[in-house]
Design a protein around this ligand. Sequence first.
Ligand SMILES: Nc1ncnc2c1ncn2[C@@H]1O[C@H](COP(=O)(O)OP(=O)(O)OP(=O)(O)O)[C@@H](O)[C@H]1O
Length: 332
Amino acid sequence: MVDSVLSLQSLTVGFPGTTVVHDLNLEVADGAFVSLLGPSGCGKSTVLRTIAGLMPALGGRIVLEGRDLTSLPPERRNIGIVFQNYALFPTMTAFENIAFALRVAKKPKAEIERRVQDVAAMAGIADQLDKKPASMSGGQQQRVAIARSLVTGSRVLLFDEPLSNLDAKVRASMRQEIKRLQKELGFTAIFVTHDQEDALTMSDVIVVLNQGRIEQIGDGRTLYRKPATSFICEFIGLSNELSPPLAARLLGRPIQGRSFVRHEDVELGASEGIPARVKHVEFLGAYSRIDLCVEGHALSAMLIGDALPEPGTIVSLAIRPSAAHVFAEAVA
Ligand SMILES: Nc1ncnc2c1ncn2[C@@H]1O[C@H](COP(=O)(O)OP(=O)(O)OP(=O)(O)O)[C@@H](O)[C@H]1O
């Protein structure tokens, strides 16, 4: 790929005697927002820490703008990292936090002043530089952390689950903030998360890892609409797995392998459906979840609006054949 800024080539990461992710190949385009998404323990953070040089690669190469970094120490990679909780020095002001790496590198005072002021202005925190982290909002601390990573000239920033301790509302605004800064400042982002909403809302490309290997690489829509494996289908969004006889009945054709249908694709009140008993209705605000029993099988549907069926009643249930995701995998 011509405009690839970062290239992971057969990268194998882990600990002495333990391979965590094997043979990872990824080309990251300049200015892209790439998320590494996967369940806890799948190796996302280990990949990120290896790219940053905080741990050695077990095999393969990490190439940044054509330069092989694999054996370089972190300070010579020119890659920034934003940690969970931002890891700002609490006793230092925002200015001192941002200036830290430049001071360690013994840059002239005037240059440090200029570079910190420039990056702080770009990140919208020029008026916060005298404050210590404890007296800044979470969003301001996040900007300081990003400014601190960019001030050394890094064009690639790694984010290690920076949103994981936030409540849903703050998390949503921080996502927008990171995305806005990334667009405005033009850096390339590699963002580790186990949260599908983080990945779907921010990423140009999502790399889904599972048990040490890549399940699928694609944009959010592709992963959601065209999941390559049953794992992706179950991991992103809410899906029902259909037993083969029920799948055949609902989809009107014999089904080989595992089949899934998303909750929002289960149609209730269809004119030509099959009867389903309503077991439970859960009002969740924007939508409701309806748990049903159809021919002895449990199935859930998602309904928007207030016209909800009563528990115990029978409704007509149908599924558009094209809405089903079928995988040529042995039924579990
Ligand atoms: N020091 C270690 N020695 C051996 N294995 C380790 C060590 N530290 C972590 N692991 C294992 O490496 C695997 C990957 O851990 P990692 O933190 O990269 O996962 P993750 O996907 O980032 O998970 P989480 O979202 O929970 O942080 C896990 O199975 C973990 O048990």
